[in-house]
Write a protein that binds this ligand. Sequence first.
Ligand code: ADP
Ligand SMILES: N[C@@H](CCOP(=O)(O)O)C(=O)O
Length: 326
Amino acid sequence: MAVYTQVSDDALAAFLDEYDLGKALSFKGIAEGVENSNYYLETTSGRFILTLFEKRVNADDLPYFIGLKQHLSAKGFPCPQPIMARDGKALRTLEGRPAVIVSFLEGLSPKRPSPAQCRGLGEGLARMHVALSDFPMTRDNSLGPAAWPHLWQGQSEEAAKLQASLPDLIDEALADIAEAKPQSLTLPRGTIHADLFPDNAFFLGEDFSGIIDFYFACTDALAYDLAICLNAWAFDDNPGRGAIDFNYSKGANLIAGYESVRPLEPAERDALPLLARGAALRFFLTRMVDWTSTPEGALVKPKNPLEYAGRLAFHRKVTNAEGYGA
Ligand SMILES: Nc1ncnc2c1ncn2[C@@H]1O[C@H](COP(=O)(O)OP(=O)(O)O)[C@@H](O)[C@H]1O
Ligand SMILES: N[C@@H](CCOP(=O)(O)O)C(=O)O
């Protein structure tokens, strides 16, 4: 349950007094999510989400995240819209933490995305890239390749307890990325979401209805966002048989949906296997850190790093974009 910071009734009432949103009718912690504290808030003027920012979000980055959502909303792209308080500011403080209220987005996150939803997601991702192509703010990717060796430091022993072969797989993948230097490729860059997992995309039935959770967004290669989505959307996890299978029709639909809005350049297609390896490594490493640092009995259940080790092993055998159904 991702509620790290409790909000008292008095603190909420004082906070809401700064807005023109009326009185609270309902206020509940949201179980989903792992990064920040999120509350469902219903007031006399509508439905909203209240977020209090926790450990991985740097308060200095918040104007960037808020500006990004304002930019997308102004372009008519479906995403949560930051709500301004009466003083014109969206970013405030609640219970000692930075906090914002955003509009409630309709839709449901798919538990097991269908191939049709993968196509819709690919289209939505490309529409987002296009809508952000004139977003003037920038932010470095703080979880890019330079951060990975640091995340891996001291994790080897715990990783071996999960699977004996893991330390070798990760050491080899890190050495391989250090040599290939994905950051030095000249690929089209722009604003990317960088965490577009199924729990961060909404659908109404099979129709894409929007994107939430922009708190890892940054300036990076656009194709890296697609590579993250290939990892997060196009594999079928079958824990019962200990298998993680790439689903070609999901991968092909994701790429085709993306290219229906923004065709990939040849260099982006060529880079896809390397970017997909990097993306798998990034999520393996942050999951590994959470796996070893989340205290037993905590309200948040850490995500399983092995799912991303399995994806990494798959990508290491892929040599070109056709390997993903492109
Ligand atoms: N704007 C929104 N509209 C509707 N539901 C939302 C919105 N923002 C967050 N949620 C709900 O809260 C959950 C957690 O939000 P998320 O931003 O993913 O949290 P975290 O950053 O902690 O991972 C989502 O899975 C979704 O159910
Ligand atoms: N998507 C990441 C974890 C971040 O979770 P989110 O709830 O903020 O999307 C992962 O799966 O490792």
